[in-house]
Ligand binder design. Structure first.
Ligand code: RTP
Ligand code: MG
Length: 139
């Protein structure tokens, strides 16, 4: 089952700009089923833990600061080939390079404020889902 799941966050920029509903609509229209869903806010500490894999990258401090700057929506999504198909749906990390019709092309403003997160592997999808959701919060 977990190999057909991915994890996403609607990032603080997209929440602040009023795009929660449109992004969830794009996700479900693309065939993803919502397994878990939560409106919450990361602290600097929890954002730092979530992005620990990037801790030596030059953008880490800005990323942690941005991701803890406002509320986010976290979700676990299910679909065949979920990880790869979801990254296709959201588009390139830099919205200036994101394909027409992708979520980042439509709703993101910059490489930092890029609207959504999508897991990059089945292993990370499972770990990231576990970071936010207990077993009893998945349906
Ligand atoms: P995400 O994890 O958010 O789905 O994005 P991604 O896989 O496309 O990109 P990743 O390499 O995992 O980077 C995580 C987030 O860090 C910011 N970033 N900034 N200034 C930069 O060069 C840079 N590179 C990455 C982005 O906001 C990216 O989503
Ligand atoms: Mg990533």
């Amino acid at each position: 089952m977990s190999t057909n799941r991915t994890f996403t966050m609607i990032k603080p920029d997209a929440v602040a700009n009023g795009h929660i509903g449109a992004i969830i609509n794009d996700i479900t229209t693309a065939g993803f089923k919502i397994v878990a869903l939560k409106y919450t806010k990361l602290t600097a500490e929890t954002a730092g833990q979530f992005y620990e894999v990037h801790k030596d990258r030059p953008f880490y401090a800005d990323l942690v600061s941005f991701m803890s700057s406002g509320p986010i929506v976290a979700a676990i999504l299910e679909k065949d080939n979920a990880v790869e198909d979801f990254r296709t749906l959201i588009g390139a990390t830099n919205p200036a390079q994101a394909a027409e019709g992708t979520i980042r092309q439509k709703y993101a403003k910059s490489i930092d404020a890029n609207a959504v997160h999508g897991s990059d592997s089945d292993e990370n999808a499972a770990a990231e889902g576990d970071f936010f959701f207990t077993a009893g919060e998945r349906f």
